[in-house]
Write a protein that binds this ligand. Structure first.
Ligand code: HEC
Length: 135
């Protein structure tokens, strides 16, 4: 089996072909990761999460980019939270654990100063999607 003539000619003349192929794969892998963070497959909604963070008044304690009234200082700044490796310095920052943290921080760190806010699991999943989208 021969590949079409134009393609073999192109590959023979283009010594950068393997490099370009790797570059394309890297970009594809990167964009897959990015879109996963922004709109996870399980349906967490970034925009709904942003609105919910406002409604639950997380901003009383946290400063959160994209949430205008969130200017609090009692809790940590949540800028670029999607890049953080750990929640509260201890819990791996996966979307699932972040949602769990938002529902019930004490179930993950018994003596944490963050209160449970009466958040439903669905709402927490969307807020986690929003926080993970902050790059
Ligand atoms: C009464 C103040 C208060 C409120 C309200 C509050 N938090 Fe927190 N939050 C904290 C404190 C304090 C910490 C630090 C906890 C620790 O390090 O153990 C924290 C930690 C966090 C962290 C981890 C931050 C980091 O640097 O790793 C996230 C994420 C978070 N809160 C999200 C939320 C969300 C979402 C809401 C709203 C549903 C919310 N918080 C409401 C006080 C608050």
């Amino acid at each position: 089996m021969h590949a079409p003539r134009a393609a073999t000619t192109w590959i023979r003349h283009c010594t950068l072909a393997p490099v370009m192929l790797l570059a394309v794969l890297a970009v594809l892998a990167g964009s897959a990761r990015d879109s996963g963070a922004a709109e996870p497959a399980d349906g967490g909604s970034v925009e709904r999460g942003r609105l919910l963070i406002n409604r639950y008044q997380c901003g009383a304690c946290h400063t959160i980019p994209g949430v205008p009234l969130a200017r609090g200082n009692a809790g940590p700044l949540l800028a670029q939270f999607g890049r953080r490796s750990y929640i509260a310095g201890k819990i791996p920052n996966t979307e699932e654990l972040l949602a769990k943290w938002i529902v019930s921080p004490h179930s993950l760190i018994a003596n944490t100063a963050m209160p449970s806010m009466g958040v439903t699991p669905d709402d927490a999943r969307d807020m986690a999607a929003y926080l993970k989208s902050l790059q």
